[in-house]
Design a protein around this ligand. Structure first.
Ligand code: SF4
Length: 464
C-alpha cells in the first residue's frame, strides 16, 4: 500500500470476543488494528468492557504512534477497534467522529458500542451527521425489544455499502450489506469460544492463534456470545453481488484474501493479463527485433506495482528488476508549486539505480489517479537516461468518484476523465500507456461480481 496515492478506504474494523476475561485482549486488538492500518491512518479507537462498563479510547494518528506505544493492559473479554480515514461527518472536533461510537438503546437493548467500515450514500440526503452517528441514532430509537429484531430492521433500512460490528454487554454482532461491497471475516481460536472479527484476513498472520472460521456473507447478520458461540441471526435474500473492485486492485493488503480470493495471486494475474495483450513489447522481443532483450526491464512502481510487475515480467519472459526503490515515506510528495521542485522531491523519495540508463523500461503500477506523481516520475526517469518508458496499469482508467466508502477525487481531478488513452499518455509523458479493459478484469474475477462504478460510471441506483 502506498499512502502517497492519496486514495483512501473509509475504515477497518477489528474486534475480539471471548467468554473468559484476559489482560492480553486489548493488546491483541492493538496488534490487529495495526494490520489494518492501510485502511485508515487518520485516527483509531478501541472500546472494551471492563467491570461491566464500556470504555472507549480514541486517538488521532497511527496505531503504532499511539496505542502501540501506550501498551495499555486491561482485563476484558470483549473489544472493538477501528481505524479510520473520514469521508463523511463534520471535522470541527476530530474525536467526535472517531469510532467506535457509544449508544444507549431502549431498556431491553441497553448500552452498545458500534464501529463500521463503508459508506451509506442514501443517508447523506437525510442528515448532516456522519453515517456512523446516524446508525447509532437508529439503534437508540428502535422500539424492537431484542437485538436480533433491531438489527434485522436496521439491515433493511441501510442499503449499503457497509460492514458493521456491534458489542453489547452480552455479545457481539456483525453484519455485511447484501451486495458485499466490503470484506469482513471471522477467526476462531481452536477449541475455544474465542473469536476475532476483522476487515481483512491479513490480521491472522499476526494473531496466529486464530484461524479463519468464515467470511461474513453478503446480507448476513451473525452473533457471537458465551452461550452459543458463533451463530447466524439472519441472512437477507441475495442481491446482485457487487464487491469493490478496488479492494482487489489496491486497497487490501496483498496477504489478505477477499471472500477466499487471494489478493497477491490476483494482482499477479492482472500483470500477466497486461503482458498477454501487450503487442508493443511482444514485438520488441521477437527473434527479428532490433532490440536486445537485455535492454528491456520491467519495474513495479514501489510499492503498488511490484506484484503486478512481476506477473507481467513472468508472462512476457523478460527481466524484472527493482531499479526504483522508495527510500522513505513522505506525504503528498508532489504538492509543490513547480515541476522542478516536484522532481527534486521525487529524487529524494526514490532511489533510482544508475543501471536504468539506456534501458527500455516497462513501468507497472496498479492505478493512475491524478497522474501528477506518474508524470513527474517519468520525467525524472528520462533524465536518468531511460530510452523508452512504457507504462502498464493493472486496472482500467479511473474516471468517476466513489460513493461507497472510497475517497476518490472528483472526475475533473482524475487524469483519465474526458481523455483518450493517447491523451493521458501524452499528459504523463510516457512512450506508451496500456490499461486492463474492464471486461478483462471482470472475466478474471468471475464468478465473483464486482462493482466497477469508478471505472465505468455505472452506479448502483438502489443505494441512493
Ligand atoms: S466505485 Fe470503485 S472504489 Fe467504489 S466501491 Fe465501486 S469499485 Fe470500489
Amino acid at each position: 500500500m502506498d499512502y502517497d496515492k492519496n486514495l483512501h478506504t473509509e475504515c477497518g474494523v477489528f474486534a475480539l470476543f471471548s467468554n473468559e476475561i484476559n489482560e492480553n485482549y486489548y493488546l491483541n486488538t492493538v496488534n490487529g488494528l495495526e494490520t489494518l492500518q492501510h485502511r485508515g491512518q487518520e485516527s483509531a479507537g478501541i472500546a472494551y468492557i471492563e467491570n461491566n462498563k464500556f470504555v472507549i479510547d480514541k486517538k488521532i494518528g497511527l496505531v503504532r504512534d499511539t496505542f502501540a506505544i501506550e501498551k495499555k493492559q486491561v482485563k476484558t473479554n470483549m473489544t472493538l477497534g477501528h481505524v479510520r480515514y473520514s469521508t463523511s461527518g463534520a471535522k470541527t472536533n476530530p474525536l467526535d467522529d472517531v469510532q467506535p461510537l457509544y449508544g444507549n438503546g431502549n431498556k431491553n437493548l441497553g448500552e452498545f458500542v458500534i464501529a463500521h467500515n463503508g459508506n451509506i450514500p442514501h443517508i447523506a440526503n437525510k442528515t448532516d451527521k456522519s453515517d456512523s452517528h446516524y446508525i447509532v441514532e437508529l439503534l437508540e430509537k428502535t422500539e424492537k425489544t431484542n437485538w436480533n429484531d433491531a438489527l434485522i430492521d436496521i439491515h433493511n433500512i441501510l442499503k449499503g455499502a457497509y460492514c458493521i460490528v456491534i458489542i453489547t454487554k452480552s455479545g457481539m454482532y456483525c453484519m455485511r450489506d447484501q451486495y458485499g461491497y466490503k470484506p469482513l471475516c471471522i477467526g476462531q481460536r481452536h477449541y475455544r469460544n474465542e473469536f476475532v472479527v476483522t476487515s481483512e484476513t491479513c490480521s491472522f498472520r499476526v494473531l496466529d492463534k486464530y484461524k479463519i472460521r468464515k467470511h461474513v456473507l453478503p446480507g448476513e447478520i451473525l452473533m457471537i456470545d458465551s452461550e452459543n458461540g458463533l451463530r447466524e441471526v439472519y441472512k437477507k435474500p441475495n442481491k446482485l453481488e457487487s464487491k469493490c473492485l478496488f479492494e482487489y486492485i489496491y486497497f487490501m493488503d496483498e496477504r489478505s484474501n477477499f471472500d477466499g480470493v487471494m489478493i497477491d495471486t490476483k494482482r499477479k494475474e492482472f500483470g500477466a493479463k497486461l503482458a498477454e495483450n501487450d503487442f508493443i513489447i511482444s514485438s520488441y522481443i521477437q527473434p527479428d527485433s532490433a532490440i536486445y532483450k537485455e535492454d528491456i526491464v520491467v519495474i513495479g512502481c514501489p510499492n503498488t506495482g511490484i506484484i503486478g510487475g512481476k506477473g507481467y515480467a513472468e508472462k512476457m519472459g523478460i527481466r524484472y528488476e527493482q531499479l526504483i526503490v522508495k527510500k522513505r515515506h513522505m506525504n503528498r510528495t508532489f504538492i509543490l508549486p513547480t515541476d522542478e521542485e516536484r522532481k527534486k522531491k521525487c529524487r529524494e523519495k526514490y532511489e533510482i539505480k544508475e543501471s536504468i540508463k539506456d534501458k527500455i523500461v516497462i513501468l507497472v503500477d496498479d492505478s493512475i489517479v491524478r497522474g501528477n506523481t506518474m508524470r513527474i516520475l517519468i520525467a525524472v526517469l528520462f533524465e536518468y537516461g531511460c530510452r523508452e518508458i512504457h507504462v502498464r496499469i493493472t486496472s482500467p482508467p479511473i474516471k468517476y468518484p466513489c460513493y461507497y466508502g472510497i475517497d476518490i477525487p472528483t472526475s475533473m481531478e482524475l487524469v483519465a476523465f474526458g481523455k483518450t488513452i493517447f491523451e493521458t499518455r501524452d499528459f504523463i509523458g510516457a512512450t506508451s500507456l496500456m490499461y486492463i479493459p474492464i471486461d478483462h478484469m471482470k472475466e478474471m474475477l468471475s464468478p465473483t461480481k464486482v462493482c466497477s462504478a469508478c471505472f465505468t460510471g455505472d452506479f448502483n441506483e438502489e443505494l441512493f
